[in-house]
Design a protein. Structure first.
Lengths: 111, 114
């Protein structure tokens, strides 16, 4: 059974700082790994999707990496802004199209 | 981009009543939709997979008679929480599968059972 863990559970940084969010998964037989953003009381916004054959994906100030063999993914946020404050979720997708989510990292970027 | 809506966004009901939540894919057809539940400070947990024209597949521990799912068309799936109790209070989110590996999520429905 796939289990996804995110560390840290919460993170507070000053504006402008670069930061890394970590995600680990127990079953390396994944189809893809996705990162989402969730604002309080809201649904999910997809940020990046990394296929199992890929090593990383980039979108603007965001860069996500994937190391299947070690069961790890990281989300790098450059030059953080207060608007980046949200909970970031990673999810691993297996062959059944089901997503298994981590509990998320709550990020606060202080002005 | 693909858009998925949910209705209502928020509902408050009395214990023992039934509540229906709709999930619609607005600009694409989805043969498969998923229903998730999220408790405070917890992860999204998959409840069931909804397949158009067939019975839903429920995850272990989810009562199929309590959480009724109907996927009657390629753009609509409904989740009915029957005889709701306070412990059913949660944030319910649906997603619609567009391509082989891309789920698009709805904005969620906050259910509060008094």
């Amino acid at each position: 059974k796939q289990e996804v863990t995110q560390i840290p559970a919460a993170l507070s940084v000053p504006e402008g700082e670069n930061l890394v969010l970590n995600c680990s998964f127990t079953d390396s037989a994944i189809y893809n790994l996705q990162w989402f953003r969730q604002d309080p009381g809201k649904g999910l916004t997809s940020l990046l999707l990394i296929q199992s054959s890929q090593r990383e994906q980039t979108s603007g100030r965001l860069n996500a990496s994937l190391d299947k063999s070690s069961g790890r993914s990281t989300l790098y946020i450059a030059a953080s802004q207060p608007g980046d404050s949200a909970t970031y979720l990673c999810a691993a997708q297996g062959g059944s199209e089901k997503l298994v989510f981590g509990k998320g990292t709550k990020l606060t970027v202080n002005p | 981009g693909a858009v998925v809506s949910q209705h209502p966004s928020r509902v408050i009901c009395k214990s023992g009543t039934s509540v229906k939540i709709e999930c619609r894919s607005l600009d694409f057809q989805a043969t498969t939709m998923f229903w998730y539940r999220q408790f405070p400070k917890q992860s999204l947990m998959l409840m069931a997979t909804s397949n158009e024209g067939s019975k839903a597949t429920y995850e272990q521990g989810v009562e199929k008679d309590k959480f009724l799912i109907n996927h009657a068309s390629l753009t609509l799936s409904t989740l009915t929480v029957t005889s709701a109790h306070p412990e059913d209070s949660s944030f319910y989110i649906c997603s619609a599968l567009r391509a082989a590996d891309t789920q698009y999520f709805g904005p969620g429905t906050r259910l509060t059972v008094l």
